[in-house]
Design a protein around this ligand. Sequence first.
Ligand SMILES: [Zn+2]
Length: 142
Amino acid sequence: MGLSWYNGHSPAQREAVQRYLNQQWASGDPAWPRPSLCAACAQTQGAIHGHLENYDRPETYVPLCITCHLVLHCRFRHRAIWAEYQRRIAEGWQPPPLNQREAFGRIRAGILAGLWPDGLWRPETTNRTYLDTLSMTRVPAG
Ligand SMILES: [Zn+2]
């Protein structure tokens, strides 16, 4: 699956920055810790990504599990699902861990179709998460 434009950043820039992040994470440099704890749902298993709002600042990546990350990138086209997702995460829901290979198909057939997997409900809730800080204004491509 190729990347699309996001926040005014081209697919080519996004891919180049992702390669750079992968190199930094592989280097073992303590200034670039590999994402391991989702900042939204506290998932530590399965694929954990680094999300960027600004690809000109690669060091500002936010660790997110693959589910929070993929649903986040679908938020403009699935606004009602996104609102429900934000609400669940704020109330302590943690979706089940997914690996890189299976994630997109599982999320498309599940959460994006309104079919919510069991997951965990964490007792500690924050009420407001990183997901609630994101803009709902889509930046046009180019
Ligand atoms: Zn998450």
